[in-house]
Design a protein around this ligand. Sequence first.
Ligand code: CO8
Length: 376
Amino acid sequence: MGNIVISGTGVFTPPNALSNEELVAGYNAHVDLWNAEHAAEIEVGDMTAKAHSSCEFIEKASGIKSRYLMEASGLKEPDRMYPYLSNMAEAELASTPVQVKMALEAALKALGEAGLKGSDIDMVIISASVWERFVPSMATELQSILGAKGFSFDMAMGCSSATFGMSTAQDAIASGMANKALVVTAEYLSPLMAYEDRDGHFIFGDAAVAMVLEREEETASKAAFRIKDRKLFTEFSTNIQAGFGSRVLIERDRIGDQEQRFSQSGRAVFKELLPKVIEHVEGHMSSLGKSISDFKRMWLHQANINMNLFASKKILGHTPSQDEAPTILDQYANTAGAGCMIAFNNHKQDFKSGDLGLICSFGASYSIGSFVVEKV
Ligand code: CO8
């Protein structure tokens, strides 16, 4: 069995860039309105006044400066604080979920880079954190639109959706079940965010990233990266969660809006997950007889700049340059499972044949997924 390569990648960037300044202005207007509406209750101590958000806090605590959203005008309306449905929903293929359309845009770019057509693909996975629809499978709709053959399915693994998806595709190709696989992590996160929550309103952005995997001896791609090895890890934690699911329909009076949306204990995530990430990455490298000096670059999960700096400083022994561990979260914010592969897509062009790099996702569930890749 020969090597398997990532022969093409592509990113779909949503049309609406929203800066911290715009986001915070909308949030603070909402706070002023809310506090005025509840002034009587606040006055007698039955309610606590909401505090303003701040751009300085957001950038310092997370490194995020802006994000891309499928729809952003709803967040500028203080009595709404919720996005409208993206106008992608109204365009062609009106019944197709926005998330599938995002996946399609990324997939076409990845196929283009791999030099393939939809009909060359015989396995399609959409692997993501949150879902616009459960049945029928979104991946099967994408397969149909692309004219891909074989089979398709949806899968989910929070922040490690892209790496776990690629690992599944690699297994299918290695076993002979599939020949050429398309994995898409389409993160349409904005509908599930609590934008009136000061602790979390700034964290996420929408985006999709797609990867084509195939056998090295079959690829014509000039952009191919050989998968040298991969390592997956999970350990259950409720420190990052979004409770939306079918139970909501049964318990709609009990399960509040807040519980259905994203929430996290950010400090606990830092404390618990980072040592596991460092151990995982160092263990993965040493299991291959390698050390960090053998690697040109790490493409890390993109949730928080302080987490990435802490992990890369420990692994590298110094503060990383943008070359050693590129950041995209300043521009895209946290794009859940897509982040490390957006970093890979945007920062792989300077790799020469034989250069080694390490992709590592980490976050919700908890999950960690690392890939050691080598430019063909
Ligand atoms: N403006 C001003 N002040 C604020 C704000 C704000 N917007 N928000 C909080 N504060 C205040 C707090 O009230 C607190 O004040 P006080 O000290 O008086 O109580 C103070 O700032 C400090 O608050 P925190 O301790 O919460 O601040 P941190 O420094 O910890 O930063 C972060 C908060 C940014 C959330 C940080 O903890 C973080 O990012 N942690 C990393 C966690 C992480 O990486 N999680 C993984 C993310 S999940 C993921 O990647 C994918 C999830 C996929 C699932 C998606 C489902 C929908």
